[in-house]
Structures are given as C-alpha cells and as structure tokens.
Design a protein around this ligand. Structure first.
Ligand code: MTE
Length: 304
C-alpha cells in the first residue's frame, strides 16, 4: 500500500479546492476579520501550485506566536505579546526615487493593484529554523510597475515604520532603526517576490508585519521586512539593517545557501518548527529552479 506522510499532502488535496476556499471564506467571515471586506472585491484566487511548497503548512498558532520583529522585542514571544500597540489603519506606503510616477499609496489602493493570491512558501530563518506559511498577497512587481521605474532603478530599498510610541523595541539600540532591507531590481520583479497582507486567508496579524510585509522565499527570513512604509527605487545598492549590524555575518544577497556557513554556525540543516528531527537545507530554500539563473556567474561565497 502506498502511504503518504501528512507532510506530503497539501490541504488543497485533502479537501476539494472549491470546498476548501469556501470554508476559508466562511471561517474568515466568522472570525470577523474579513481580509477582503470593503477593501478588495477579489477573492483568494486559489492555490497556485507552481508557487506552493509541497509541504504541510505550520499551524496558525506556530506562525503567529514564534516571531522575529525586533521593534517589539528580541524574544520570539515578544511580537505576539507587544504588537497590539501597532496601528495599521490608516496606513500609507511612499514609493519614490527612480520612478516616472512616484506615489504615496494608501493600503487600500495597493490591495486593488492585483488580485490577491495565496502562496504557500517555506520561510528559512538565518537562525536555523523554518516554517511553511500560507501567505495572502500580491506580486511586488505590480506595485513597482505602477510607479514606472526609470532605467536608473537598479535596486529597491525598503523601510519599516519607525515610531517609538507604537514600537517599544525601538528603545533598544539592538539595530540601527528604521529596519531597512533591499533587493536588486530583478529580484524585486521576480514573480515569487510578494507583498503579503494576510495569512491563512485572514488579515495579517501585527506580529507578522501588518498591514504589509515583503516575502522573498529563497532568501533568509530577515530579508522579508515587515510593516513597510517606504519603498525607494535607486541606482545604488541600499544599506540594510543586518548588514550594517554585522557585515561579516549578513551580506546583501542573503540567499539561503547550505554550502555557505554563517561565521558562527552551519547553515546545512534546519529545524522545521513543530518537528524534532532536523532536515537538510536546500539551496535557495528549494526555489533554485526558479531563481538560480539570477545569480549565474556570481561567486555566492563572496556575494552571500
Ligand atoms: N522586519 C522588521 N521590521 N523587523 C524585524 O525584526 N525580522 C526578520 C523579518 N522581518 C524582522 C523583520 C526576521 S529575522 C525573520 S526570520 C522574519 O521577519 C520573521 O517573519 P515571521 O515572524 O512572520 O515568521
């Protein structure tokens, strides 16, 4: 008899897709946290399997109670405990720099730029743990294209909100605030790169980076910057918070790479949250087929 382990089965395979999505919409409405109500008429577009990790997602509890969001404290429990003070409406994102039509977007306008999609992605943290998360979001490309990048737009710089009144962790000097991240333009435009506004079919919990955060699944988790307020198109490679904090440990690219150890630990294996045994870390977090070509000819031990 052929027995598939639970880890091999997607929820969308267990339940017919239409039932699965309806149940989600029902649960969403019942929970009173309707992601889409009044904001985007688009329903979840379904499970685009091309982009989905073929693994069982972590539970909502795991995804929302074990977080890194240093603006709310440095322990894994701090964000769930403290992020209630973050006010996510109204929310604006400034998109500026090398763009023909720079613009400040209200969050509702961003939600209308493209249909919301569910993307089940692996997230591999540089610390050695991983999760599988069913995000809801839109391609970052749809926002960038809306402002018409100029030919000088080679990189994209991102910034998180920097408000000590809402973010108690900013009192600590652990990082140089605001939290900053960056991507090369081709990485930013890659179809795997999304702006997430929800998870498990519901609005993004504050501790996961509400109301809008980046998700770049083939890079270590710290690239996936939360609660974004500013996006700048620019010619130069942007400074990033973790690279500023420890340049020998965190490079600009930060592609998941089991062959390049962190100076203080190996990156060859990872522990999936909720599991006991470690698993092997995959190059580019398992997304190599889609993204390895972006780095052809680059020495990835140098550009780590
Ligand atoms: N974004 C901001 N603004 N501040 C942070 O401390 N932590 C990063 C990233 N984005 C962080 C951030 C790290 S180290 C990881 S692993 C992921 O968020 C964690 O995302 P999650 O809590 O949704 O799993």
């Amino acid at each position: 008899m052929l027995i598939r382990r639970p880890g091999d089965i997607l929820p969308s395979e267990i339940t017919p897709k239409d039932v699965f999505l309806n149940r989600r919409q029902f649960m969403t409405a019942a929970a009173g946290t309707a992601l889409l109500a009044g904001e985007a008429a688009a329903a979840l577009k379904g499970i685009p399997s091309r982009y989905s990790a073929s693994e069982q997602p972590n539970s909502r509890k795991e995804i929302t109670s074990y977080n890194n969001f240093y603006e709310f404290g440095t322990s894994k429990e701090d964000p769930a405990r403290n992020a209630g003070s973050l006010k996510t409406r109204p929310w604006q994102v400034v998109v500026e720099g090398e763009a023909g039509k720079p613009k400040t977007f209200g969050i509702e306008e961003i939600l209308k730029l493209a249909p919301l999609e569910e993307r089940i992605y692996r997230l591999r943290c540089v610390e050695g743990w991983s999760m599988v998360i069913p995000w809801v979001g839109i391609p970052l490309a749809s926002l960038l294209k809306a402002v018409q990048p100029t030919g000088n737009a080679k990189f994209v710089a991102f910034e998180t909100l920097n408000d000590p009144k809402q973010m108690p962790g900013l009192a600590s000097r652990v990082l140089d605030w605001p939290y900053r991240e960056g991507l090369r333009m081709d990485e930013a435009l890659h179809p795997l790169t999304i702006l997430a506004v929800g998870l498990y079919g519901e609005v993004l919990p504050n501790q996961n980076g509400a109301p809008i955060r980046l998700v770049v699944p083939w890079k270590y988790g710290f690239k996936s910057i939360k609660s974004i307020v500013r996006i700048r198109l620019q010619a130069q490679q942007p400074a990033t918070s973790w690279n500023l904090a420890a340049p020998n440990e965190y490079g600009f690219y930060s592609n998941v790479n089991p062959a390049v150890a962190h100076p203080r630990w190996s990156q060859a294996t990872e522990r999936r949250i909720g599991e006991f045994l470690k698993r092997k870390t995959l190059p580019f977090n398992g997304y190599g087929d889609q993204v390895a070509r972006l780095y052809q000819g680059m020495d990835l031990t140098r550009f780590f």
